[in-house]
Write a protein that binds this ligand. Structure first.
Ligand code: TGC
Ligand code: FAD
Length: 390
């Protein structure tokens, strides 16, 4: 049995099926046994625990909500509960799984040729190949439609030139899903394999956030890609944005996991730490106020995630619903981590406890996959009909 007790103030579990609870508990057990004991060391050293990849594959965590090609075929709610648990361990581990599943396997599954699917999906599912997703560029983050990366058709090949930045798993990836503008100015996706002449990856150093995750830059200089590596099933910005819907959904659940870890740590600490008349700090109203805020927001976030998951499983979700989930739950987790840090006092700043690691990680999560404010604007457009991006 997993050692983490969960956070369930309003009998959330009663809304889950046995299969959903099993998926969550399996991931919970994996996190408690394999991630929690080593994550502080890997975070301190700035290393991704790559040795966990085969175990994650064995548990069916890669491409978990896809069907066929060896994938687990989980429901969206099951997949969400898995990403919740992974992020309770560390946002970097959840990032790895999100990228592999939602940003690499999903586009190949949804938009790839049968040959591309048969070649890559089993390898990616088994963790024998690692993938990355190159959309962001040094000058184009929130506005990926402005990208400068170009793909020019030459005989039976495409020639790619450009640079991608802030790419999770970039330098360890065997295959990169690269989004580039073609001669007709339409964005298309390409599979670029490690070792292709003219393709280079390097790591970003000096990160205070997501230290247990690989973040890279990618450069393509006259990089020749066979035309068979073009993803034939999609054209335009809706290609990469469809992938982001899948990843943002998992992140919305992930925020709950990071918040649960911080709340649980702060609650236990507050009950044990004594100040003034040998009383636990949990006996003070100002400390209780923080703990109550946390559990209330975690509880609201759970119901939001479950409803978005149920809509997604029913085929009724809109991207702006997923924006609300990502925006609210990551904000909630970031605030929870900061409050937990306060409750731990000086102990909150060292890695004997998980809270400052989560707090720092959540700065990246707040920014990637659409910043908090970009999601506000997506929801704003949905309710007013007016786009306010530019
Ligand atoms: P816009 O004109 O609104 O749309 C262009 C076309 O795309 C369609 N579309 C979508 N399709 C599917 N899903 C969505 N969520 C979609 N949103 C829009 C739209 O219907 C249109 O289709 P069509 O057929 O008419 O052409 O595009 P815009 O240029 O105005 O941009 C809108 C905006 C700002 C919302 C979008 O660019 C955006 O979401 N920006 C944020 C960028 C972002 O999230 N980047 C993430 C990079 S990947 C990453 O961070 C990975 S971190 C991974 C990890 O480690 O976990
Ligand atoms: P900018 O777009 O420059 O935004 C800066 C600020 O301006 C933000 O606060 C933003 O909200 C605000 N802003 C921008 N436009 C508007 C507007 N219209 N109205 C109001 N405010 C606005 N990308 C990938 O493609 N693949 C990956 O695997 C990947 N992994 C990442 C991993 C990490 C650790 C990080 C930190 C980032 C990753 N990214 C990845 C990139 C990420 O998606 C971008 O950082 C994000 O989209 C924001 O872009 P930017 O950093 O260029 O910020």
């Amino acid at each position: 049995m997993p050692s983490f007790p969960g956070v369930d103030y309003l009998d959330f579990d009663s809304l889950l099926s046995d299969e959903e609870k099993l998926a969550r508990n399996t991931a919970r057990q994996f996190v408690d046994a394999e991630i929690t004991p080593l994550i502080e060391e890997y975070n301190r050293d700035g290393k991704f625990p790559v040795q966990l990849v085969p175990q994650m594959a064995e548990l069916g965590l890669f491409g978990a909500s896809l069907k066929g090609y060896g994938c687990a075929g989980m429901s969206n709610v099951e997949y969400g509960l898995v990403t919740q648990e992974l992020e309770r361990g560390d946002s970097g581990l959840r990032s790895f799984v999100s990228v592999q599943s939602a940003l690499v396997m999903y586009p190949i599954h949804a938009f790839g040729s049968e040959r591309q699917k048969e070649k890559w999906l089993p390898l990616l599912q088994q963790g024998k190949a690692i993938g990355c997703f190159g959309l962001t560029e040094p000058q184009f983050g929130s506005n990926p439609g402005g990208m400068l990366t170009r793909a020019v058709k030459k005989g039976g090949d495409y020639i790619l030139n450009g640079e991608k930045m802030w790419i999770t798993s970039g330098s360890i990836a065997d295959v990169a899903v690269i989004w580039a503008k073609c001669e007709d100015d339409v964005i298309r996706g390409f599979l670029v394999e490690k070792g292709t002449p003219g393709y280079k990856a390097w790591d970003v150093h000096g990160k205070y956030s997501l230290r247990a995750s690989v973040t890279s830059g990618l450069a393509m200089t006259d990089c020749k890609i066979p035309a068979g590596n073009l993803l034939p099933g999609v054209e335009g910005l809706k290609g990469p944005l469809s992938c982001l819907n899948q990843a943002r959904y998992g992140i919305g659940w992930g925020g709950i996991g990071a918040a649960m870890a911080c709340y649980d740590t702060a609650l236990n600490y507050a009950k044990q730490r004594k100040q003034f008349d040998n009383k636990p700090i949990a006996s003070h109203q100002l400390v209780q106020e923080k703990l109550v805020w946390m559990i209330t927001e975690i509880t609201k976030a759970q119901f939001l995630a479950l409803q978005v998951g149920r809509l997604k499983d029913a085929g009724r979700v809109h991207p702006s619903h997923i924006s609300m989930l990502k925006m609210n739950n990551v904000w909630m987790a970031r605030e929870t981590a900061r409050m937990a840090r306060e409750i731990l006092g000086a102990n909150g700043i060292v890695d004997d406890y998980c809270v400052m690691r989560h707090m720092n990680n959540l700065e990246s999560v707040f920014t990637y996959e659409g910043t908090h404010d970009i999601h506000k604007l997506i929801i704003g457009e949905r309710i007013t009909g007016i786009a306010a991006f530019s």
